[in-house]
Design a binder for this molecule. Structure first.
Ligand code: NAD
Length: 436
């Protein structure tokens, strides 16, 4: 198959690289010249484990290339994927479809023969129908179908998720489109991964419903964590105790500083808006959004409490600022709420993150960037574990305590056992939902 991938961000680039690895001929397009220049030089503009090797292999095999020229990429393609961003629209939480509609227009003018225009971006119910109208209006002679193919990969594990998905969802309205989509994903069926064919609207809603459900699960355990703190229970054991029930399952039951990232916050907001627009409000999702904001703010209180009620004039070492480990993505990371609140309350904040600095420098003004946890913790009044990168999971705790002015730890990912931290010489420890 010949494939054009419009948008080479976290999703478009991974999808393009993986589809080329299946043996398809893929041309990746982006309107950002800096990104395309980097890719053309063989550099990967994002941090995603394993992507560089896979990309180099497929470029060398001649199946993968990069361009700014959408016209040449779309010309002769069997499928054109739209993988551009759909951020929250300022003010109302709706998904901003400007980039999707612009891409649809550009594709319309570039189509030469029959192609399936596949929406990979997460888009509200009804968007694929609008994409079809936009293309038909812009180019009445265009011969095409639309398909909805939402993506479920996780940043940090994106390649494995794409290559070994729990399922592939494809919304289609014609046999011709279904056949092409089946051909594109055929290498996966050979390994028996399920593909679910639906109509367009169902595929669109599956993506939002999946993300909202996961966000709800996280928020549920975060709320239970707060209760644990009040009643003296341990949320890790509560999570284990409920997660062993096969109907509940153990995943997404890790209490923490609230969900962030490029998807859950914006997708829960967008789904809430979709519900309101269709006179079918999603009260659970609306509550999840509200509770998650409170969870993030509660983390600031936790750190203040740890520091005897005030961080003013104190030095706080923050370990990890990306929204999760193994990515450089800072979008809606809890650090963007917590760190400015600490700075605003007069703390001297030092931060360290293995990949977050490039993005984070502009987003976190007033902090000092450090090379490692021990340097950050030197003479500090508290250390805060905000992202559970591997290098923060196996810290030499006695050494860390030894360099601090006051050895206190806020472990917002519950990485360490409270007892072990105290035994290592820390005078105070607070986790999330870990007893009195
Ligand atoms: P991103 O911001 O990293 O990438 C989007 C890219 O599209 C950018 O490089 C931008 O320059 C490019 N672009 C925008 N308009 C264009 C146009 N007209 N022509 C060419 N290029 C254009 O976004 P992302 O994180 O990859 O997300 C893309 C979509 O996938 C979103 O809808 C998102 O919700 C969804 N999604 C993301 C993830 C994730 O983990 N990031 C997972 C599943 C689904």
């Amino acid at each position: 198959m010949k494939i054009a991938m419009i948008g080479t961000g976290y999703v478009g680039l991974v999808t393009g690289v993986c589809l080329s690895d299946f043996g398809h001929e893929v041309v990746c397009v982006d309107k950002d010249p800096a990104k395309i220049d980097k890719l053309a030089r063989g550099e990967v503009p994002i941090y995603e484990p394993g992507l560089d090797v896979l990309m180099a292999r497929n470029v060398a095999a001649g199946r993968l290339s990069f361009t700014r020229d959408l016209q040449s990429a779309v010309d002769g393609a069997d499928a054109v994927f739209i993988a551009v961003g759909t951020p929250s629209r300022r003010g109302d939480g709706h998904a901003d479809l400007t980039y999707v509609m612009q891409a649809a227009e550009d594709i319309a003018h570039a189509l030469t023969g029959y192609a399936v225009v596949v929406t990979k971006s997460t888009v509200p119910v009804g968007t694929n129908a609008v994409v079809r109208e936009v293309i038909a209006r812009a180019n009445p002679n265009a011969d095409f179908d639309v398909a909805s193919n939402p993506e479920f990969l996780r940043e940090g594990a994106a390649i494995d998720d794409f290559m070994r998905p729990d399922r592939v969802v494809v919304g289609v309205t014609s046999d011709r489109a279904r056949k092409i989509m089946g051909e594109i994903y055929r290498p996966l069926f050979l390994r028996d991964f399920p593909i679910l064919y639906t109509d367009l609207e169902t595929a669109e809603l599956i993506k939002y419903a999946a993300n909202a459900f996961l966000a709800t699960k996280i928020t549920f355990i975060n709320e239970i964590a707060q209760l644990c703190e009040r009643v003296g229970a341990d949320v890790k054991q509560v999570a284990k105790g409920i997660g062993l029930d096969g109907r509940i399952g153990p995943k997404f039951l890790h209490a923490g500083p609230g969900f962030g990232g490029s998807c859950f916050p914006k997708d829960t907001r967008a789904l809430a808006r979709i519900g309101q627009d269709h006179a079918s409000p999603l009260q659970i999702v609306e509550t999840v959004i509200k509770v998650n904001d409170e969870v993030k703010r509660r983390m600031v209180d936790k750190i203040m409490d740890l520091c005897d009620g005030s961080v003013n004039g104190k030095t706080i070492a923050v370990l990890g600022v990306t929204f999760k480990p193994n990515t450089d993505d800072m979008r809606e990371a809890p650090s963007l709420t917590i760190v400015p609140a600490l700075v605003g309350n007069g703390a001297r904040v030092r931060v360290v993150d293995p990949q977050g600095r490039r993005e984070g420098e502009a987003l976190l003004p007033g902090v000092t960037w450090m090379e490692d946890a021990y340097q950050a913790a030197r003479d500090a009044d508290a250390v805060v574990i905000l992202t559970e990168w591997n290098e923060f999971r196996a810290l030499d705790l006695p050494r860390l305590a030894g360099v601090m002015r006051k050895a206190r730890m806020a472990d917002l990912r519950n990485v360490y056992a409270p007892q072990a931290v105290r035994e290592a010489g820390f005078e105070a420890y607070t986790g999330v939902g870990r007893g009195a």
